[in-house]
Design a protein around this ligand. Structure first.
Ligand code: NOJ
Length: 437
């Protein structure tokens, strides 16, 4: 049986949130480059043109990870840095950059993990409809093939799509993330296509038998506001959307329209054999959970019939992200994934909390201590948890929230781009020295 001592520890980063160098050395425009140009899209009117400048400072960041005792370094590849037009001509400078990152990780003794897609679609593909266009299944598979052929000799662990439901929900349903599209029509077509793309990407990567390939699932604990039947049903609808939609089609269980009937609209986009194509036996699941949401029935909300009861309305505290930080979700979801399959390896592929600039970093330490206790509990029950990747190393560009929330264990001076370890980083180093291999 696994124990805390056997868990691997690492960090997760994403290209659009860290790299910067948005127009350097042949990189094409991504939908986030475009989205951040519009005036009111980002809370602090910032953009990610420089971000943490990981493009130039990757060695420094990898060195910090190593110094803290971390052994996994997960980063995402920017599609438009590799294929500036989304398809076709390869930008050799882009390949060179990720080669340098991978080789440096290997040199200093951390495992590089690749996320193939962390939300930064090439703008050229968005111009053709992005995820609403079924052709994207092929565009994505071809892109993944380029990654496999260039990096598959040295990178063993791969995550295909990061948090599909947030990416499609935010970008194609609510319009609060790039590319800023709204509406149920965009949502259902994009959902179907990104899941099919992921299934195809899996097959492409698995042509190399050495590779371990999984996906990263956003998980939000949903609770009803009361025992009233209407609230219980509302909670089931939101749970189907947030916690089942991106899992169950891959398990051959179909779309969860038993609880969320609007999902039947996805069938308009079915082609023969699609449901079979979606079935994917991932090598592992990546679980990413941050928050709890309490919901109640609301007939006036289209499609979902539910609203959130905000934390402050129920004597709870909102984090700077506006959500209720909920470490207990870690234990809850680890056990819930076991109901699908007890044997499947599980990773906490992101884990962290947002603080404001003013809040004491001690809170982050307490959060991680709680997470450790919860991991221990589930490991004792025999859950097949392999490790935890922290979100994140250096404070970065938090999408529509700009640079306001701080998720890092290392702070960033945005003028000098200097990094400074926070209390939580020192705590982590000590913890790993004492408890990890
Ligand atoms: C999950 C996303 O993958 C990541 O990009 C984001 O920054 C964190 N959640 C925090 O919101």
């Amino acid at each position: 049986m696994n124990s805390l001592k056997h868990l691997k520890w690492g960090v997760t980063l994403a290209a659009a949130q860290t790299e910067g160098a948005y127009d350097k050395e042949g990189k094409g425009v991504s939908i986030w480059d475009t989205f951040t140009q519009k005036k009111y899209n980002i809370k602090d009117r910032s953009n990610a043109q420089i971000a943490t400048d990981f493009y130039h400072k990757f060695k420094e960041d990898i060195d910090i990870a190593v110094d803290l005792g971390l052994t996994i370094f997960r980063f995402s590849v920017s599609w438009s840095r590799i294929l500036p037009n989304g398809t076709g001509i390869i930008n050799e400078k882009g390949i060179e950059f990720y080669n340098k990152v991978i080789d440096y990780c290997l040199k200093v003794g951390v495992e590089p993990w690749i996320t193939t897609y962390h939300w930064d679609l090439p703008q050229k593909l968005q111009d053709k409809g992005g995820w609403t266009n079924r052709e994207i299944i092929t565009w994505y598979a071809d892109y993944v093939e380029v990654l496999r052929d260039n990096f598959g000799d040295r990178v063993q662990n791969w995550i295909l799509i990061n948090e599909g439901v947030v990416c499609i929900g935010g970008g194609y349903f609510l319009g609060v993330h790039a590319p800023g599209k709204r509406g149920i029509k965009n949502f259902v077509s994009s959902t179907h296509h990104i899941l099919l793309a992921q299934a195809k990407g899996f097959k492409v990567l698995k042509q190399n038998k050495e590779l371990k390939v999984g996906t990263a699932i956003s998980c939000t604990k949903i609770e009803p506001n009361s025992d009233a039947f209407a609230d219980l049903k509302a909670a089931k609808r939101i749970d189907a959307l947030m916690n089942r939609l991106f899992i169950e089609p891959h398990l051959g269980l179909g779309y969860p329209y038993d609880d969320l009937p609007i999902l039947k609209r996805i069938s308009k986009h079915y082609k023969e054999g699609d449901l079979e194509e979606l079935k994917t036996n991932f090598d592992f699941w990546g679980i990413q959970t941050y928050a709890r949401e309490v919901v109640k029935a609301a007939w006036y909300i289209p499609y979902l019939g539910a609203v959130q009861v905000k934390p402050e309305k129920r004597n709870s505290i909102s984090s700077i992200m506006g959500w209720e930080t909920y470490p207990e979700g870690v234990g809850y979801f680890l056990e819930r994934f076991c109901e699908y399959d007890r044997e499947k390896p599980l990773w906490l592929s992101e884990c962290g909390m947002a603080l404001s600039e003013e809040e004491d970093d001690q809170k982050r330490i307490e959060y991680y201590e709680e997470v450790i206790a919860l991991m221990k509990k589930t490991l004792d029950k025999g859950v097949n948890l392999k490790g935890i990747l922290l979100w994140t190393l250096v404070d970065n560009f938090e999408w529509a929230e700009g640079y306001i929330p701080k998720f890092g264990i290392v702070s960033l001076d945005r003028k000098t781009l200097n990094r400074k370890l926070k209390k939580s980083a020192h705590w982590l180093k000590q913890y790993l020295q004492k408890h990890a291999n």
